[in-house]
Ligand binder design. Structure first.
Ligand code: ATP
Ligand code: MG
Length: 215
């Protein structure tokens, strides 16, 4: 069965394409057949892939912003959704067993817009539909006021934070060069790789709802 991971947040610039390309590249490095589904007519994920050096683990691009998804032929689908997307449009793409990742930046306007998006998505309904949601705090600078605000708020609202990713030029450069931190020499990105452990473990977990029920 194809593992499906969608990255979405109506808020622009929170790191959807960065996360999607990192994740796609991680699975490609494991020799899995990865389909990077670009739902964004601005095609940032497509631009990233176009710059990918030969020799990096290959992955396949799908212009999901204009074409329906192939049903099979891949081990992992990673979907990069556009900014300003309506919650119903996210619902239209989702299926039972999917993992939905929502990056959030620790700034007041990002937190507000992201909470609005989360409320409109309706997390209890998503859980009921068999979709597992994980939040990722992105561009985190430790010990800043809004990093604490974001962490406190997510904890208070019992929102599932699966990772905190730091703010570093490593991601900016990786985006520009068609690579991910998983393609770079480990000694150069060691602290970044460590921040991905929890997120990758969460992505690898089989969904409880997708497991066969006990007889
Ligand atoms: N952890 C990070 N550290 C530093 N820069 C980052 C990080 N994550 C993302 N960025 C930068 O922030 C900008 C926006 O990121 P990205 O394009 O991934 O966001 P997006 O949510 O896909 O945006 P859009 O809504 O326009 O599709 C990019 O320049 C990217 O390189
Ligand atoms: Mg994007």
């Amino acid at each position: 069965m194809m593992k499906r991971i969608l990255v979405a947040n109506a808020k622009g610039g929170c790191g959807k394409t960065t996360l999607a390309t990192q994740i796609a590249s991680h699975f490609a490095a494991q020799d899995l057949r990865v389909l990077l589904a670009d739902y964004d007519p601005q095609r940032s994920a497509s631009d990233w892939l176009r710059n990918r050096p030969t020799g990096c683990a290959p992955l396949t691009l799908h212009a999901a912003w204009r074409l329906p998804l192939p049903e099979q032929g891949y081990d992992v689908l990673v979907g990069d959704m556009p900014a300003a997307i309506a919650p119903q449009a996210v619902w239209q793409v989702l299926k039972a067993g999917d993992k939905l990742l929502i990056p959030i930046l620790p700034s007041p306007s990002d937190i507000k817009a992201s909470l609005r998006f989360l409320m409109a998505l309706n997390l209890p309904d998503l859980a009921g539909a068999g979709v597992e949601v994980g939040l990722v705090a992105n561009r985190v600078r430790s010990n800043t006021e809004y990093t604490h605000t974001l962490h406190d708020l997510l904890a208070k609202m019992r929102l599932p934070l699966v990772a905190s990713i730091r703010d570093t030029q490593n991601y900016v450069r990786a985006m520009d060069h068609g690579v991910s931190i998983f393609d770079l020499p480990a000694h150069r990105v060691r602290s970044d790789l460590a921040q991905w452990d929890a997120l990758l473990a969460w992505l690898d977990e089989p969904q409880l709802s997708a497991l066969p029920a006990h007889a």
